[in-house]
Design a protein around this ligand. Structure first.
Ligand code: SF4
Length: 340
């Protein structure tokens, strides 16, 4: 095993670590990542509330349940419903509201004015940071969302291999997507970049993604395992072994000690939390109130109505690990002062 604390790894070294299978060596990898997290933030773990407010989308990503061609039931929540759910999540103890949407033509038609109003309310009346995941939008819309007070712009390439991107995000432009988030960064928003594991990528592709995420200045970096979606062209593809995702989380932590790295409840529900936190994740995402009628992305209903994806459940699990959910003030201080 390489010296894991040196951090400035070459692509070849990252590929070597991604191919590691020896359980003892993998334990060293996860222990190192976890120790780095503890050095930076002690026993605090952050938590984001997830509000997927419209499941309409004009795109046809091959891996996605909500792709336009999939004949599914969809919803578009009202501003009142979005705000009520956001408030419920904030009161339960989340540090940020993640407002996520498909590329819904309806919001484009009205130039995102409703979304901007919702962001303003969450920021001013609920005093809570906001992440917006609107898909690819034009510069003047990014300006509007930044001015409304959005702290984060999340937009995932899912792969940084252009050929694979073309196959996954059918009919979409790689550079347009990348440039939208770079512009959001220019406008003062933090950006989140993401990759999917198990969608036909090589270890070289993952190493490229890990390095690109740092070069582009992403402060939040996420990996999620691909989960096959009913009715999509990739319905019969296999979901990968989770070790891959855990290795990537650990390498992200080692490369970027101050980054926000999610343990998403969207892949394996609350049952998948411990492993991801053990691998070095410092943030729980996809917390959704039970019986709210809101869905997840990769596992649209898993653990939602049963109340598995709540702050309370996460708090219980963290406490068994000697960890705790950070307060909103601690989160704000982290992004202001410690996240470099
Ligand atoms: S991944 Fe996003 S942009 Fe692609 S089809 Fe799904 S909701 Fe639409």
């Amino acid at each position: 095993m390489l010296d894991l604390r040196k951090r400035n790894f070459t692509k070849a070294e990252l590929v070597q670590m991604l191919s590691e299978e020896d359980p003892e060596e993998l334990d060293i990898l996860f222990d190192t990542a976890r120790t780095i997290r503890e050095d930076v933030q002690g026993d605090k773990i952050f938590a984001y509330g997830f509000v997927y407010f419209t499941t309409f989308c004009k795109n046809n990503c091959n891996f996605c349940y909500y792709r336009k061609s999939n004949n599914i039931e969809r919803y578009r929540k009202t501003p009142e419903e979005i705000l009520a759910t956001s408030k419920e999540l904030i009161d339960s103890g989340v540090n940020l509201i993640d407002l996520t949407m498909g590329e819904d033509p309806e919001y484009r038609r009205e130039e995102f004015n409703t979304v901007a109003d919702i962001i303003r309310t969450i920021k001013k009346e609920y005093d809570t940071p906001v992440m917006i995941s609107p898909g690819v939008v034009e510069k003047h819309i990014i300006d509007k969302l930044a001015e409304a007070g959005a702290d984060w712009y999340a937009l995932y390439q899912e792969t940084h291999n252009r050929e694979l991107f073309k196959k996954l995000r059918v009919g979409q432009d790689y550079d347009e997507r990348m440039n939208a988030k770079l512009y959001a960064k220019e406008r003062g928003m933090y950006i989140e970049e993401g990759l999917l594991a198990g969608i036909g990528e090589s270890s070289q592709d993952i190493a490229d993604s890990l390095l690109t995420m740092g070069q582009m200045g992403a402060k939040q970096v996420r990996v999620m395992s691909f989960v096959p979606q009913e009715g999509s062209p990739m319905e019969s593809c296999q979901t990968p072994d989770r070790t891959e995702e855990l290795k990537i989380i650990a390498l992200m932590r080692i490369l970027y000690p101050h980054a926000l790295i999610p343990a998403s409840l969207d892949v394996d529900g609350i049952g998948g939390l411990k492993d991801r936190i053990r691998a070095g994740a410092n943030l729980i995402t996809s917390i959704i109130p039970p019986r709210s009628g809101f869905m997840g992305v990769a596992q649209n209903t898993m653990d939602v109505d049963e109340g598995g994806r709540t702050v309370e459940e996460a708090r219980n699990i963290l406490s068994e690990m000697g960890l705790r959910i950070a307060s909103k003030e601690e989160y704000k201080r982290f992004i202001r002062e410690e996240m470099r």
